[in-house]
Ligand binder design. Structure first.
Ligand SMILES: Nc1ncnc2c1ncn2[C@@H]1O[C@H](COP(=O)(O)OP(=O)(O)OP(=O)(O)O)[C@@H](O)[C@H]1O
Length: 589
């Protein structure tokens, strides 16, 4: 697993990031070449200026002056074109790398076990896939190539200075430590200021996100004024943190300008002195050339630390993303059998399971379901009912025992074929922010609209869907918030029915719904479970009365088995549960 090693620069990690540029080698080399060309153009400009002053203006050679000015214009155009291509392709490369990396990361995430998601913060994973990726892109768009280009420019400028006049060059170099020191102090201050800004931004983010999600509670408990006050405080801190960075910036840049001007002044003064005392008579062109070279040396120097920071931050982000890419949390998919012609016999044999090591949730569960049979599981909250569903479609693998479908261990089936033949309707139905049609087909374009409608008619939900504005095109918005929980479950029934699964698993909603929706749910349940093996986590009397068998669970054990009548006669755990859970419903009926 890639780690944040704490090293100033992690070469292995850097190589791994660079490996993502392999498909774009030509662009990579082209961008590097543009960086070299940019340096060449940048150095030629002061050289031309020197030539113009010394060998054209001084000797009044007009044609030569014109030629040199045209050459200068040519260099300038070349520089602009090169800069444009350089900036565009450095960014293009960064965006291409993060596109590929993001796709790879998302594919990886699609295959992770549920355990992984139980342990991970969704917010952190979203940050990895979005914000951290952007940082990695900046390695290319603002870090690596820019640093190479800046270093080349600085080296070239220093070399030309030394060749032209080593005394003047030494004067310039003597100023360098001041600017280096100022830059270092500035960087340190900015680093802590930016850390504060980031902390305040994430506080703002989580505050706003949480309050918007929990707006109902805020309004129900009249918390508006308090929340508004808290928000004002956080906002103020956020403003202060930003202003600090602005303050340091406003300080540093004038100082850097002053130091640059001092270097220019010293060169002009000392070079001028040499001219006057005739130590060297060719200094005029050199002095002007030096002014450009000083800019060429100092400007990148002031920014290189910033770019190195960007590079470092990109590398830290890359380390985190690789951490996820290297995580081994896939559910094993070594089975070879296909479950397409499922009979529907299910068998749990002495199944032991724990989500967390040493905290067993199912303690040796055994039961069997015949093909076409309807079985209800009942039990108090936390008894382990949903866990059984999670195990049947292998969201989790069991620690010991065996789960069989049609006499074969479920691990021997291909995972996709296993899950493709078990349709699940969960209690809390998740709908995507999309149309009802797309939520039913899960965007499978091969399913024709007529099929959806005839399936909806068959289970009795067509009228309800048609009554919504836009019918099947009705957009249910984020998490299906435009529908009630009962209505969401009806959509899930249709989604399951469309797949024509061999086995149906249904976790009935506990929430009470209106009589009309209740009737729709009852009809849909009957239709969807008709003629197929069904396991229902039952919360409704109508369901427990109609099933072939009830499994009664308590604290990870099956404590009783039988039909509703048989179990009532027994006057055991079920009859107590019945009194507590279903009696009121019976009385109402
Ligand atoms: N993802 C998980 N990680 C760790 N423990 C879990 C997880 N999911 C459930 N559990 C634990 O497993 C036990 C059984 O939970 P399960 O959800 O199967 O119960 P249930 O009978 O379906 O309850 P309910 O009727 O409230 O849905 C509980 O003690 C619960 O705390």
């Amino acid at each position: 697993m890639a780690k944040e090693t704490g090293k100033a620069f992690d070469l292995t990690l850097f190589r791994r990031v660079m490996a993502f540029t392999r498909p774009y080698r030509a662009t990579f080399l082209g961008t590097a070449f543009a960086a070299i060309l940019l340096t060449a153009f940048a150095v030629v400009t002061p050289m031309l200026l020197r030539e113009i002053i010394d060998n054209a203006i001084k000797v009044q050679d007009q044609p030569y002056l014109l030629n040199l000015c045209l050459a200068m214009l040519g260099v300038l155009i070349g520089q602009v074109v090169c800069q444009l291509l350089f900036t565009y392709y450095a960014n293009w490369l960064g965006e291409s790398v993060i596109r590929d990396m993001r796709v790879k990361l998302f594919r990886r995430m699609l295959g992770f076990r549920m355990e992984y998601y139980n342990k991970s913060s969704i917010g952190v994973l979203v940050t990895r896939a979005v914000a951290d990726m952007q940082r990695i892109g900046e390695i290319f768009s603002q870090g690596f190539f820019m640093i190479v280009a800046d270093l080349l420019k600085m080296l070239a400028a220093s070399a030309v200075m030394l060749i032209w006049n080593w005394r003047l060059a030494l004067i310039v170099f003597a100023i360098l430590p001041i600017i280096l020191y100022a830059t270092r102090v500035f960087q340190k201050k900015m680093k802590s200021a930016f850390a504060e800004v980031r902390a305040q931004v994430s506080r703002l983010n989580s505050f706003v996100q949480e309050r918007l999600t929990g707006m109902k509670i805020v309004q129900l408990f009249n918390r508006e004024a308090t929340e508004s006050r808290k928000f004002r405080d956080i906002n103020k801190k956020h403003q202060d943190a930003w202003l600090k960075t602005v303050w340091y910036n406003s300080f540093f840049f004038p100082i850097a300008e002053i130091v640059t001007s001092i270097a220019i002044g010293l060169v002009a003064w000392y070079g001028g002195l040499q001219n006057i005392s005739n130590i060297q008579t060719e200094n005029m062109g050199i002095i002007f050339g030096f002014i450009l070279l000083i800019e060429m040396l100092f400007r990148p120097l002031r920014q290189i630390a910033d770019k190195f920071n960007t590079l470092q931050m990109g590398m830290v982000a890359a380390g985190r993303v690789f951490g996820i890419l290297d995580t081994e949390s896939r559910i094993e998919d070594a089975g070879t059998l296909n479950l397409d012609h499922v009979e529907g016999a299910i068998e749990f044999k002495d199944v032991h399971f724990s989500y967390v090591p040493d905290e067993e949730v199912l303690h040796g569960i055994s039961f069997s379901v015949q093909p076409g049979e309807k079985v209800a599981i009942v039990g108090a909250t936390g008894a382990g009912k949903s866990t059984i569903i999670n195990l049947l479609n292998r969201f989790y693998d069991i620690q010991s025992g065996e789960i069989r479908i049609d006499g074969t261990n479920i691990r021997e089936y291909q995972l996709a074929s296993l899950r493709g033949n078990i349709a699940v309707v969960l209690q809390d139905v998740f709908l995507f922010a999309d149309t009802i049609g797309n939520n039913i087909t899960l965007q499978d374009p091969e399913i024709p609209q007529e099929d959806i409608e005839s399936a909806a008619r068959a289970i009795g939900v067509h009228e309800f869907i048609s009554s919504l504005p836009g019918g099947y095109s009705y957009n249910v918005k984020e998490r299906g918030s435009m529908l009630s929980s009962g209505q969401r479950q009806l959509i899930a029934f249709l989604r399951a029915y469309m797949r024509n699964p061999g086995i149906l698993v249904l976790d009935e909603a506990t929430s009470s719904v209106d009589t009309y929706t209740e009737q729709l749910i009852q009809k849909a349940t009957e239709k969807v479970t008709e003629g197929r093996t069904s396991i229902i986590i039952a919360h409704r009397l109508a369901t427990v009365k109609k099933v072939d068998k009830i499994l009664v669970m308590d604290a990870g054990h099956i404590v009783e088995t039988g039909t509703h009548k048989e179990l009532l006669k027994k006057k055991g755990y079920y009859s107590k549960l019945y009194e507590a859970q279903f009696m009121a419903e019976e009385e109402l009926a």
